[in-house]
Design a protein around this ligand. Structure first.
Ligand code: FES
Ligand SMILES: [Fe+2]
Length: 452
């Protein structure tokens, strides 16, 4: 039950007790409890009003407390954002229909080589195991008694039980729920078969290289099984506790993974899609409404790849300014450096003289070939009121959901019709192609269907 509901229940409960204490509501002689006599609220309707006011006040206090002090947590299902439900259809029906009928275009490989977030660290207690869908696979993510997070294939190589469904963590191993085989988290080797004399040398489950950085558990994927080619950098301010967790959002996007980071180099879309003020919402049919025209965002953006030894990184420099009724609010000018590390992780660094410093960690993980799980997690200076980073994350979320509406309905165009001013897009595609290799998995799909 949420804090707000608890507060309301407590308020109404206390009120109910007071009514009962007050004795017979029909007792017009006023023999009730002194508390009601003293306040002159002897009638049952008056007491009911007091109870309701108490409940509503507690509800409001709970809401205010959450707003001011609790982290922002916002998780959206696939059909929640970016689909238009018309003609009496539900959003889920609309989403399914768009996904089924959409043309995909000639797609690049669907799983680039790189690091991907699988889980937030705080969701994995010591001795706990979770089943996660990632890169078209099922993996078991578990935290050993040594505190380390491990990622292995979920299906046991013995007879295929899911290690994450009823499996038990034993030391730094995971024990299968079916026959009790135990696999080491470090390398996947089977170390115990409870009923066998000998454990065969070849008995092992596939183990994914993993790391834990700034509250995220990440796995390394390479289509040829090569070892990690770079490290995910740690944001030292988070490790030292100077920047603290202030919230997260999660969305599912129906697009090819490459389309999401490509937006960083698509400079022209910012001053079109993201210009209307966040107050005008996320539904692109209404964002250009005249009512909200007095608030405008202005963007100046530059995107560049980094050079060796960080050629797997790129940087987007963003200068944002806000105009209200034509007046430029320079106090709210925000400069952001968005540093992308490989295909699945971006650090958006805020440094503002008035609003303080912090980072949004933006992670894109392919769940299936055309389904991406995107999380935004904000860490911010601990001495800045939580409301500030929560507002920044909410604003980012609104702008992001506008992109989601585009991605969910668009087609990937392998040979786009570009003008000179779009040149960074081609540059981005060349940069991103380093994450594909010859054996990178491709989506095989049918060009023609019988749908009409
Ligand atoms: S299926 Fe896992 S031990 Fe048998
Ligand atoms: Fe965008």
């Amino acid at each position: 039950m949420s804090n707000g509901k608890i507060a309301a229940c407590v308020g109404l409960g206390v009120g109910a007790v007071l009514i009962i204490q007050g004795g017979d509501p029909l007792d017009s002689a006023g023999n009730g409890s002194p508390i009601w006599r003293d306040t002159g609220l002897l009638g049952a309707p008056a007491r009911a009003v007091v109870c309701i006011i108490a409940g509503v006040s507690l509800l409001a206090m709970g809401w205010l407390y959450r707003l001011l002090f609790c982290p922002l947590e916002r998780s959206k299902a696939l059909e929640d954002v970016g689909y238009i439900a018309e003609d009496g259809r539900s959003r889920a029906q609309a989403a399914n229909e768009v996904r089924r009928r959409r043309k995909t275009g000639e797609l690049p490989p669907v799983y680039p080589n790189g690091w991907y977030r699988v889980l937030d660290s705080h969701l994995l207690e010591r001795g706990e195991v979770k089943n996660v869908s990632v890169l078209g696979e099922q993996v078991a993510v578990f935290r050993g008694q040594d505190g380390k997070a491990y990622v292995v294939d979920a299906y046991c190589p013995h007879l295929g039980a899911n290690l994450a469904v009823g499996g038990r963590v034993v030391g730094s191993c995971i024990e299968c729920p079916f026959h009790g085989w135990q696999f080491r988290g470090d390398d996947g080797k089977c170390v115990r078969i409870p009923y066998a004399e000998k454990v065969p040398e070849f008995a092992r489950v596939r183990c994914w290289p993993s790391c834990e950085v700034n509250g995220h558990v990440l796995v390394w994927f390479h289509c040829d099984g090569e070892d990690p080619q770079w490290k995910v950098p740690e944001q030292q301010e988070i490790t030292k506790g100077e920047w603290v967790y202030r919230g997260r959002t999660e969305h599912f996007v129906n697009a090819h993974i490459q389309e999401i980071p490509e937006n960083a180099a698509d400079i022209a879309h910012l001053n079109h899609l993201h210009t209307p003020g966040i107050v005008s919402g996320v539904d692109l049919r209404y964002t250009n409404s005249k009512i909200w025209e007095f608030v405008r965002h202005d963007w100046k953006v530059q995107w560049e790849p980094e050079s060796e030894p960080n050629k797997h990184c790129s940087q987007m420099l963003v200068k944002h300014s806000l105009t209200v009724f034509g007046h430029h609010w320079s106090l709210l000018d925000v400069h952001v450096v968005a540093r992308q590390v490989g295909p699945g992780v971006v650090f958006l660094l805020f440094d503002h003289s008035f609003l303080g410093r912090g980072v949004i960690m933006h992670c894109v993980t392919p769940v299936e070939p055309l389904l991406q799980c995107v999380s935004h997690t904000i860490f911010y200076q601990s001495n800045i009121p939580p409301l500030v980073p929560k507002f920044i994350l909410s604003a980012e979320c609104v702008q992001f959901e506008r992109d989601v509406m585009i991605w969910n309905n668009k087609k990937y165009i392998s040979k786009p019709l570009l003008v000179k001013e779009d040149s960074a897009i081609q540059k981005h595609r060349r940069w991103f192609s380093q994450f594909y290799s010859e054996n990178s998995p491709r989506l095989r799909y049918q060009h023609d269907t019988l749908d009409f």
